[in-house]
Design a protein. Structure first.
Length: 326
């Protein structure tokens, strides 16, 4: 969104700029396929494709007038070991970049509106014709590049809803913000609400089940219950476990979470498959004891699942865009 917003602002101000996307990598490339940046006519940059020397070379080439016209083109860096060393690519890494010297501003506005509306969007660029289009994405979609057409995914922001405004929540919210999450906090207890002070978070003044309903979790949403009060945590969980949220966790010991699962099965309209989605005790078992360590363990497990990795041995990882409700 930072790249997209910068491009829209520059277009509105009358600047020329190029949109550059990592299409493919080999070896230990520093940025993954799909990473993108915009390069303005005066050398300003937003985003990155390597985090260093390649950006410098792109700025130099743009200043020399290489990136003119409207047709997209393919750039390759690090083909030889010498080039890899020159551009700071480790272990002989290679990058293929799709450069669009004059992206359509109206289409970028449309892309921003659809993402802002919570949609997952596919954007395709045809190298030979310059045709660019966007359409709705769906579960299982991924970046595609066949040497002729580049298809990238652009989705709604990753979101985190925290139930409870205690000390662990403060650390979790702060860390999650640095990872790019939009962070929402819900706690109906006034003594906690009055003391919450984490800049950049959004407060939801509702009971936990209503907060989950109001947020309407999608496959890019995590819900973490941290009040340690079953009357509040269970309200959030009974709604979150029925949603497509990619991660649902609850604070508590193995014994307490075992009892929680029994309650959810016995008293609420949840299936065994839905209850099995609960991460409780929440977070990776890294021996965490302090609030920041617990927050770190939670974000580590969330990151593993977000990236399609098994956070714990024997845990099957589903598509992060797929609904996990039974």
């Amino acid at each position: 969104m930072q790249v997209l917003n910068a491009a829209r602002e520059w277009a509105a101000a009358g600047h020329r700029f190029s949109l550059i996307t990592v299409a493919r990598t080999w070896g230990s490339a520093p940025r993954p396929p799909g990473a993108w940046m915009v390069l303005r006519d005066d050398g300003q940059v937003q985003g990155s494709v390597s985090g260093g020397c390649i950006e410098d070379d792109l700025i130099r080439r743009a200043a020399a007038g290489e990136f003119v016209g409207t047709a997209p083109r393919l750039l390759r860096y690090g083909v030889t070991v010498d080039e890899a060393h020159r551009f700071g690519l480790p272990c002989g890494g290679t990058l293929e970049l799709m450069l669009e010297p004059a992206p359509d501003a109206a289409q970028l506005d449309q892309l921003a509106r659809r993402i802002g509306g919570g949609q997952l969007v596919r954007r395709h660029v045809a190298l030979a014709t310059g045709e660019v289009g966007i359409e709705g994405g769906s579960a299982g979609d991924s970046l595609q590049w066949d040497g002729e057409t580049l298809v990238t995914l652009h989705g709604p922001a990753w979101r985190l809803l925290i139930i409870g405004a205690g000390q662990i929540s403060c650390y979790l919210a702060t860390m999650a913000l640095t990872l790019g999450y939009r962070v929402y906090v819900c706690d109906p207890r006034s003594e906690y609400a009055d003391g919450w002070d984490v800049p950049g978070t959004e407060w939801i003044a509702a009971m936990p089940d209503d907060a989950v309903g109001e947020l309407a979790p999608d496959p890019r949403t995590a819900v973490v219950a941290l009040t340690h009060d079953p009357k509040l945590d269970d309200l959030a969980l009974l709604e979150a476990l029925k949603s497509p949220a990619f991660y649902v966790g609850a604070l508590g010991s193995q014994a307490n979470n075992g009892k929680r699962r029994e309650r959810l099965l016995q008293y609420f309209d949840l299936s065994r498959a839905e209850v099995a989605r609960l991460h409780g005790p929440v977070g990776l078992p890294i021996g965490s004891r302090t609030p920041p360590e617990i927050a770190l363990s939670i974000l580590a497990e969330m990151t593993a699942l977000k990236n399609g990795q098994a956070a714990r041995p024997g845990v099957e990882v589903a598509d992060p865009y797929a609904c996990r409700s039974a």
